[in-house]
Design a protein around this ligand. Structure first.
Ligand SMILES: *[C@@H]1O[C@H](CO)[C@@H](O)[C@H](O)[C@H]1NC(C)=O
Ligand SMILES: *[C@@H]1O[C@H](CO)[C@@H](O)[C@H](O)[C@H]1NC(C)=O
Ligand SMILES: *[C@@H]1O[C@H](CO)[C@@H](O)[C@H](O)[C@H]1NC(C)=O
Length: 364
């Protein structure tokens, strides 16, 4: 829990070893850590009138692809004294004073950035993707058919699986913007027209009350769109995401790039269209498109023509290219969480190290 730095002070005082678990992506963690250096170099603040595609060159390991627009959204404030920014930077810097850091990633996914982080905190355990590691360990214990797709904040509507069962392989794009983001009415309408014009079938998640509009206006839009695209789509309040992403009918994921969703898509080998909303999502979507090349980044755009083009690129015109890179990435990542893989071994190692730490404490 990276935001409880008070705990660090207490633990240090009492001589208790402390290991911090950060749930956001390592690259966004590293960007947040580097913000004082970015400011020092004069690359922040962003002045209101400038080109958001300007490269930020002062985050070690990310010099070639990180642009102004890819920074965490609080960096868009023209004010470098912004309180959220200051808080995030302070907590991030502080968390590296811990004895060790646990990150939800794998060496093979974020290696170059992990080595940067290790220059500040030498003991970093990359044990992710955690959901996949959990699956490996549960399968070993209970057998392959064990049903554990239940890790969610909302009640899932499993009926979409029956709809997916009737669709050809890799023909459906799954559209979901996670458990907390909301969409404006305008965004939903542009998205929906883009999807409809692309002629690809889609499974759309619209959480109740997640569309911002006046007095239930948002909900009316959802009903209207649902009716108009009945033969081309299926709409649910919430989907069993891991099962959906692993369904053969799903060929793409339209996502906000929350770190969990990004990892779930990687593990399932599903290419992404990225429409980041806030927090670490702007960094993640840049990495998905520019570093891993397993998707397209639509950040800062809300236009049905662009939606249509990107859906067609990922699902039709450049389908093979994206499917291949996503497949390769999934293969490597799944090896990490299997017996003998880096994340699997790192977790064993972490458990062993905790055991040793507690023994030392006892013999003191
Ligand atoms: C803002 O940035 C633009 C482009 O880099 C530059 O031309 C302009 O002078 C800057 N304005 C201020 C007020 O710094
Ligand atoms: C993200 O994944 C972790 C590990 O699988 C899980 O414990 C957590 O609840 C997930 N968070 C959200 C917001 O779904
Ligand atoms: C669809 O995918 C499934 C699972 O990967 C596979 O077993 C099946 O042969 C595929 N069907 C076609 C028509 O390619």
């Amino acid at each position: 829990m990276g935001f409880l730095s008070l705990v660090l002070d207490f633990a240090k005082e009492l001589g208790i070893p402390i290991i911090i678990f950060r749930t956001s992506s390592p690259r966004s963690f590293w960007v947040s850590y580097s913000i004082p250096d970015i400011i020092q170099a004069g690359e922040l603040p962003i002045n209101g009138s400038e080109d958001m595609d300007r490269l930020i060159t002062t985050v070690p390991g990310m010099e070639t692809y990180l642009r102004c627009r890819d920074l965490p959204t609080f960096c868009r404030k023209l004010d470098i004294e912004d309180s959220i920014m200051k808080l995030v930077v302070k907590q991030t810097r502080k968390s590296l004073q811990a004895d060790a850091l646990i990150l939800n990633t794998a060496e093979e996914l974020d290696g170059p950035i992990l080595s940067q982080i290790r220059t500040k905190c030498p003991r970093v355990y990359a044990v992710g993707p955690l959901h996949a590691q959990l699956n490996t360990r549960l399968n070993a214990k209970h057998g392959e058919s064990y049903d554990h797709f239940s890790n969610t904040l909302w009640e899932v509507d499993k009926s979409c699986i029956f709809w997916l069962n009737k669709q050809p392989n890799r023909s459906v794009i799954y559209v979901s913007f996670g458990s907390i983001t909301s969409t404006s009415r305008e965004q939903l309408v542009e998205l929906w027209y883009g999807l409809l014009n692309s002629k690809t079938k889609f499974l759309l998640v619209v959480r109740p009350n997640s569309v911002i509009g006046k007095d239930g206006e948002g909900e009316d839009v959802v009903m209207e769109l649902m009716e108009k695209s009945k033969d081309r789509s299926y709409i649910v309040n919430w989907a069993p995401q891991e099962a959906v992403l692993n369904h053969p009918a799903v060929g793409g994921f339209f996502t906000h790039n929350g770190w969990n969703s990004t990892l779930e898509s990687i593990v399932a080998g599903v290419p992404m269209i990225c429409w980041p909303y806030f927090a670490d999502q702007h960094v993640n979507s840049r990495v998905v498109s520019e570093v891993w090349k397993i998707g397209l980044d639509m950040k800062d755009v809300c236009d049905r023509k662009i939606v249509e083009k990107m859906v067609n690129d990922v699902m039709v015109d450049r389908k093979e290219e994206f499917a291949k890179s996503a497949y390769e990435m999934a293969k490597v990542t799944n090896q990490c969480v299997n017996v003998g893989g880096s994340s699997y071994s790192n977790l064993d190692c972490l458990v062993e190290d905790i055991r040793i730490m507690s023994l030392k404490k006892l013999t003191k």
